[in-house]
Design a binder for this molecule. Structure first.
Ligand SMILES: C[S@@+](CC[C@H](N)C(=O)[O-])C[C@H]1O[C@@H](n2cnc3c(N)ncnc32)[C@H](O)[C@@H]1O
Length: 297
């Protein structure tokens, strides 16, 4: 291995070590105060940032993407990502039960699911076990390498109700949009993506996404063999934006098994991820846009 090629893994190790040390020290009140002061102290700030590398908060997704690009190792399209999700979802994870509860309740109203960020179809394989008799068309859209592997896997497993869409546009006309573990990776706000669809989904089920009650920020997630940038949205802003697109919140829950931690920075730490179920409501859309609604429609 050349000296250049060695630099990346060494830097990743150093960044992880610094993060782990800061996390450990942050458990002590005095150390926490010192870290908080040091983080913004003139003269120390750049040294602090250099040591922490990509493991800090950013203002935008683009900034986080730029910071992680040298260490991404194909990011979402690293084969280890699909391996990880197929393994994790051999069984339902704790946060899947909220999604399954709602899906089972909504089944009489839905015949098609568009699974945005559905990887190679890991949730199709996992969730289908819970409603094997339902004739449900399940379409996954993801990044090209994951779609290609998903298609090969579906063929090998004879999964004839699972298909893959090359474009987001194919979400038009789906009854339910599922976005599990993926909302925080989207470059465009969901409401503006929805505005490009001719026929928006009646239901949106968002699961496993980090949100904050403070200002939105971006971060880098380190999954071991690859790294990706993500955007942690302000909860109220996200819901307001979806309200503006005509979606009413029906339920929200915690995905308690997932956290996002920025070492030494409690303000940008998300102690648990969240889930949301929303329904498109034409009356609600009209009310939002100030139109008068008559009782007969
Ligand atoms: C954490 S995985 C979630 C997998 C699955 N939905 C689940 O909940 O187990 C996130 C997925 O989002 C996909 N993704 C990231 N950015 C995307 C984009 N711009 N469009 C579509 N999918 C994307 C990744 O490739 C990855 O498969």
């Amino acid at each position: 291995m050349s000296a250049e090629a060695l630099k990346t893994p060494l830097r990743v190790r150093q960044v992880r070590f610094t993060g782990a040390a800061l996390n450990w020290l942050s458990r002590l009140a005095l150390a926490r105060r010192v870290i908080n002061a040091a983080r913004e102290a003139p003269g120390f700030r750049s040294l602090y940032r250099m040591a922490l590398g990509y493991q800090r908060s950013y203002r935008t997704l683009e900034e986080a993407e730029a910071a992680v690009s040298a260490y991404a190792q194909q990011g979402h399209q690293n084969p280890a990502n699909a391996d990880l999700h197929l393994t994790l979802n051999k069984r339902a994870r704790p946060s899947d039960y909220a999604a399954l509860f709602h899906l089972q309740r909504l089944l009489p109203n839905i015949r098609s699911i568009f699974d945005l960020g559905g990887n190679v179809g890991n949730l199709y394989y996992c969730y289908s076990d819970f409603f094997p008799d339902k004739d449900l068309a399940w379409t996954v859209h993801d990044l090209p390498e994951n779609i290609a592997r998903g298609r090969r896997l579906a063929q090998a497993r004879g999964a004839d109700r699972l298909s893959f869409a090359d474009t987001w546009r194919e979400a038009s006309g789906a009854d339910l949009l599922l976005i599990s573990g993926a909302l925080h990776y989207l470059k465009q706000p969901l409401a503006s993506m929805l505005s490009t669809l001719e026929d928006v989904p009646r239901y949106i089920l968002i699961n496993r996404t980090p949100v904050t009650d403070g200002p939105s920020f971006a971060a880098v997630q380190d999954s071991g063999s690859f790294r990706v940038a993500c955007l942690v949205r302000n909860r109220q802003e996200l819901l307001k934006e979806l309200e503006g697109a005509g979606y009413r919140l029906l339920d929200t829950w915690s995905a308690a098994e997932l956290t996002l931690q920025i070492p030494g920075d409690a303000d940008h730490t998300v102690p648990f991820y969240s889930g949301f179920l929303l329904e498109h409501d034409p009356v609600f859309v009209a009310t939002q846009s100030g139109q008068e609604i008559r009782a007969d429609g």
